[in-house]
Design a binder for this molecule. Structure first.
Ligand code: NAP
Length: 240
């Protein structure tokens, strides 16, 4: 039997991190060997259930035991440290952290010369399909207005969402000039509307996420597929 893949979860005390730890525990092809966050967590024992999977505060990240892939759903302030650790250890990085600065995306691109990396603003299969529809619509509907409206829970920090910006970039490639609007309300997990409008008609493409487990499942699948590949910048569609 092959050994389970050794995974570090970064941002483990957050909404996504907790979903990752729970869903990782349901798989036998990977094992979480360390969970990490910004501060020492009051309920760390819940997060790392055995002494073999310690909970690490940001200051202790470099003490992480050996791992083969890191899954990072933290915040931009935590991203550089986990990227640096993966480069130092020569292991893969899957990141879903949004709101990264251009310099952080550039650092990720540089790291791809040495390690396999995958960053995606959205790990759901539905958004992967929506992306293809947006590309097609934008290329076919030259001159139409393009508006992207995204809605998320009130604790989301970045706006527009990383997914809205990624959809907008695809629309731009097709010739559209997207405008953005953001709604922050209640506990909305994530909704994206891409609208193309012209005189007399309108197309609305909508994706609604109702459970953040879809993102965590996609990230775990990506991690299992990415570890052990040659260095490079991978896209989700390369791995699904
Ligand atoms: N790509 C996707 O599919 C997708 C889906 C959902 C969310 N996201 C993104 O994923 C990220 C996390 O979302 P969330 O809702 O889980 O956020 P959250 O609940 O606020 O959790 C953030 C996590 O990051 C940790 N963190 C913050 N600053 C850090 C630092 N400087 N060093 C190390 N760790 C740090 C926090 O640790 P403490 O608890 O110790 O502060 C916590 O564990 C966000 O960027 C969000 O936009 C992406």
């Amino acid at each position: 039997m092959t050994e389970p893949l050794r995974v570090l979860v970064h941002g483990a005390s957050g909404r996504m991190g907790r979903a990752l730890l729970r869903l990782a525990g349901e798989r036998d092809d990977l094992v979480v060997v360390a969970a990490a966050g910004r501060s020492p967590s009051a309920d760390a024992p819940d997060l790392a259930r055995t002494p073999a999977a310690p909970y690490l505060a940001a200051a202790d990240l470099t003490d992480a035991p050996p791992f083969q892939v890191a899954i990072d759903f933290s915040l931009p302030a935590g991203f550089d440290a986990v990227l640096g650790l993966c480069q130092q250890r020569g292991v893969a990085l899957v990141s879903g952290t949004t709101g990264l600065q251009p310099a952080q995306h550039a650092a990720l691109d540089r790291a791809a010369a040495d390690i396999p990396v995958l960053w995606s603003a959205n790990f759901s299969l539905g958004i992967a399909i929506l992306s293809e529809l947006v590309e097609r619509a934008a290329a076919a509907l030259r001159g139409w207005d393009c508006d992207i409206v995204e809605a998320h829970h009130t604790r989301k920090l970045d706006a527009p969402s990383g997914t809205a910006l990624a959809l907008g970039a695809l629309a731009e490639q097709g010739g559209a000039q997207p405008r953005y609007a953001s709604v922050r309300a209640g506990d909305i997990v994530g909704e994206h509307l891409v609208q193309f409008a012209t005189a007399g008609e309108r197309i609305e493409l909508v994706h609604r996420a109702t459970d953040r487990d879809i993102f965590a499942r996609g990230a775990l699948h990506a991690a299992a597929s990415l570890a052990g590949r040659p260095a490079g910048a991978y896209r989700l569609r390369d791995l699904f």
